[in-house]
Design a protein around this ligand. Structure first.
Ligand code: BGC
Length: 431
């Protein structure tokens, strides 16, 4: 048996985001959820999406009751109380500590801190002070995200990220937070800033669900500027802050060596992975990598001009291919930026916990290979600590190391959480 050791001081933990776990938020997403819940439930019923969760299913067996987290139930699409993490964070951090986590990524909800433009809610700042304190008391390093896709309603209503002054408005919020928590070391300004414009303005399956290509580019550009502004402003507050951003990088490979497939792969790699890494890496102390996807690209099939031809030997409950080797290739690609890298997300929807332990072990094995070849990876934060509200899919996908019973709010670490806890404790992996 071989023991793969990770660098000394490696950070091990999990990630969450405010809107997905806290409950009781009011932002542009909550408004969108209410407006779209019935439509999403209808669509799920037309597509016959099944709930893979091991709980009792809906239908005649349980007297026709439809569970909260059934894709067929409109309530599934409303974040509502979520995991009530806002009130139960002590309990959740106790669990994280019992699982040997020494770092935790969470986000501060902008709409709580600045419910009206330019007005700060000191009570909410106090709340996050408690959150940070609770982590520190348990020896867990906070990794604070400043924007994880949700916006205050006033910001969204006044044009959101297509507004020219949006970067400055966001940087003002970041400054307030930085001044409030000068002792936090790790900051993630933006979570996957590429995804928000793509879904919001192009595919329109998430808020603001309007606009088009032009607005998408505008928002992309403003988000990149927002990161830069936030970085500069926050560094003035404390120059030893370690500030980065998180981006999801896809491992693209050509289906075969046909020139058109290689070319298409190169274009997609550039388009999907570069707009942010390229521009934002300069103004960052580290890169946050979120790894979920692998795509084998093939041009010119019958029905579409390009196609994804993954082997899909194993897929998550979401149908996403499980391809751990991809993390190695993506890490090698990121080496060119010459920055420390933290894996700020990597995980899968797996209600029955069939693949999660193996998924973690395999990704860590490939991550270790990248480290041994000189990539400066300093931490791994699994997505997610808890099952949570998975955006437009709602509650049914189960990403947690810890299983949530949404009826009783009981939390129960899954078997895979213990596999991960052992790796974290030993700072090594036996293969
Ligand atoms: C997002 C998370 C999300 C996860 C799984 C990431 O891109 O940052 O909020 O839950 O993917 O879909």
């Amino acid at each position: 048996m071989l023991k793969l050791e990770f660098p000394k001081g490696f950070l091990w933990g999990a990630a969450t985001s405010a809107h997905q776990v806290e409950g009781g938020n009011h932002n542009d997403w909550t408004e969108w959820e209410v407006a779209n819940a019935n439509r999403l439930a209808d669509e799920a019923s037309r597509k016959n999406i099944q709930n893979p969760s091991p709980y009792e299913g809906e239908g005649p067996a349980n007297g026709g009751r439809v569970r909260l987290d059934s894709p067929l139930n409109p309530q599934n699409y409303i974040s509502g109380l979520a995991c009530d993490h806002y009130n139960r964070f002590h309990e959740d951090f106790d669990i994280a500590k019992s699982l040997n986590h020494n770092a935790h990524r969470f986000s501060i909800e902008w709409s709580r801190i600045e419910p009206e433009e330019g007005k700060w809610d000191e009570k909410e700042i106090e709340h996050y002070r408690e959150v940070i304190k609770a982590l520190r008391e348990r020896g867990i390093e906070p990794f604070v995200t400043l924007w994880h896709w949700t916006n205050p309603v006033w910001f969204a209503n006044r044009g959101g990220w297509v507004r020219n002054d949006s970067p400055l408005i966001f940087a003002r919020f970041c400054k307030k937070i930085a001044e409030s928590f000068p002792d936090v070391k790790y900051w993630v300004t933006l979570n996957e800033p590429e995804a928000f414009p793509r879904h919001g303005y192009l595919t329109k399956d998430r808020p603001p669900a309007k606009g088009g290509l032009l607005q998408m580019f505008k928002a992309l550009q403003n988000l990149a500027r927002a990161h830069k502004e936030a970085y500069a402003t926050m560094k003035k507050v404390n120059k030893s802050f370690c500030i980065g951003y998180s981006e999801s990088s896809v491992y693209f490979e050509p289906f075969n060596r046909m020139p058109q497939n290689i070319l298409a792969m190169k274009f997609l790699r550039w388009w999907r992975n570069n707009p942010f890494f390229g521009r934002m890496a300069e103004n960052s102390d580290f890169i946050g990598l979120q790894f979920y996807f692998h795509t084998r690209v093939r041009i010119g099939s019958k029905s579409q001009w390009w196609f994804q031809f993954n082997e899909n030997k194993k897929v998550s409950d979401f149908g996403w291919e499980i391809y751990p080797e991809g993390i190695y290739h993506v890490l090698k690609e990121l080496k060119k930026y010459n920055k420390p890298i933290y894996i700020t997300e990597n995980g899968l929807a797996d209600a029955k916990d069939r693949y999660r332990a193996e998924f973690i072990r395999d990704h860590l094995k490939w991550m270790h290979k990248a480290i041994s070849e000189g990539v400066d990876v300093r931490g791994y934060l699994h997505w997610s600590l808890l099952d949570n509200f998975e955006w437009q899919q709602g509650f049914w996908p189960r990403f947690g190391l810890v299983e949530m019973d949404y009826k009783t709010m009981e939390r129960k670490p899954r078997q895979s959480a213990h596999t991960y806890a052992k790796i974290a404790e030993e700072n090594s992996l036996e293969v």
